[in-house]
Design a protein around this ligand. Structure first.
Ligand SMILES: [Zn+2]
Length: 377
């Protein structure tokens, strides 16, 4: 069976490992658990690796595959990164290491159907793959990206594979949100939760790969704990511009009048169905900006996410107290949860902005009190 390459970036770089010993940045706890399992030969047959996009799930899966299959291990729980096996895994062409996911599904599909969920056919394909003995080593390692997109019947099909995996199989389900999987699937996997990496870890990852320290710190600040995004952004200035634009949009929303805030809420709410991922991303940024406002008000500037707007945000937050800002942060969190649980988008958005503290001096329509007198015509 032809295997498709894993996502282009980030590639595990064993010459520049993170402090945890594997080239997986900001996830030392997860790496430590896996290293221990490998050292004691207690590798489970199924793992559920969960965490936000870009946090390191694919990289962790690839690193584990290399550790299990490497032909020239420097230690039982490390890979060399240089042997033919390690290189084949990095290129996605090792016969015993496969990645299933939307990308592969799109490549394999003959018809041009919507490719937003992993299909039952993909899971049957996976089941057939798990039955094959490894060709080159002891293990067959199979990663399932986008596992959160599996629907009912496809999950049932996967469950069958999970019930009796052959002894040589290690299955890694990679999901942005583990809660979307059946409890029966979750209970058959060892859970590995990847949390957003802290900013110094992301900056260190970039610096280790040649980004100037100042630049690395700037990108890390925008990365929201996702080293994968940071690597892509370091190679593509457009991503940084897009991120900065999103931060500006969030700031403008917050800085608007009550009326303008509501207009934006209605617009985003009405467009939600068509722009679901984009809206979630924008709300994630919005949450970060409100949190920064709270941090500025609490005099904790070292923890800011968006330093580029710190001065303007501090100016804006001056009129609000900590309770106001805490309420705004909670309102965004509630809105995100409401959208996940299918509350009407417009209602969720409107309810959110109505709980924000009133901006007595909105940026785009200055209040009469603050506006300078108009010159006579
Ligand atoms: Zn190797």
């Amino acid at each position: 069976m032809a295997s498709t390459p894993v996502s282009a970036l980030p590639i595990t770089d064993w010459a520049n490992p993170a402090p945890g010993g594997w080239p997986v940045w900001g996830q030392d706890a997860a790496v430590a658990r896996l290293r221990q399992a490998v050292r004691h030969d207690r590798v489970r047959h199924a793992f559920l690796v969960a965490g936000p996009d870009g946090v390191g799930k694919t990289t962790l899966a690839q690193a584990l595959a290399q550790v299990l299959c490497c032909q020239d291990r420097p230690a039982p729980d490390l890979a060399c990164g240089r042997c033919l096996t390690c290189r084949k895994i990095a290129r996605g062409v090792h016969p015993d290491v496969q990645t299933f996911g939307l990308e592969r599904q799109a490549t394999m599909a003959e018809t041009k159907t919507k490719n937003t969920t992993l299909t039952i056919e993909s899971m049957r394909d996976l089941a057939a793959t798990t039955a094959l003995r490894p060709m080159e080593g002891r293990w067959r390692v199979i990663a399932v990206e986008d596992a959160e997109t599996l629907q009912g019947p496809a999950q049932e099909a996967l469950l069958k594979t999970l019930e009796e995996p052959p002894g040589f199989v290690v299955l890694l389900l990679l999901a942005d949100d583990a809660e979307l999987l059946l409890p029966t699937i979750r209970s058959r996997c060892q859970a590995i939760e990847l949390r957003p990496a802290n900013r110094p870890a992301v900056a260190a990852a970039l610096a280790a790969h040649g980004t100037q320290p100042d630049r690395a710190d700037e990108i890390a600040a925008l990365a929201n704990g996702r080293p994968g995004w940071a690597f892509r952004a370091a190679a593509d200035a457009k991503l940084i511009k897009k991120r900065e634009d999103a931060v500006e949009r969030a700031l403008a929303w917050i800085a608007g009048s009550a009326y303008d805030r509501l207009v934006t809420a209605v617009r985003l709410g009405d467009g939600f169905t068509k722009q679901r991922p984009e809206t979630f991303a924008d709300l994630g940024t919005l949450l970060g900006v409100w949190r920064d406002a709270l941090l500025l008000r609490a005099a904790l500037p070292h923890h800011l996410t968006y330093r580029g707007i710190a001065e303007r945000l501090a100016e804006l937050a001056r009129g609000w107290n900590l309770d106001d800002l805490h309420q705004a942060v909670c309102a965004v969190q509630t809105c995100l949860a409401d959208l996940e649980s299918n509350v009407r988008p417009r209602l969720a958005m409107e309810t959110m902005v109505l709980q924000w503290p009133i901006n007595s001096n909105p940026s785009d329509s200055p209040s009469p009190r603050a506006a300078p007198p108009r010159p006579p015509r």
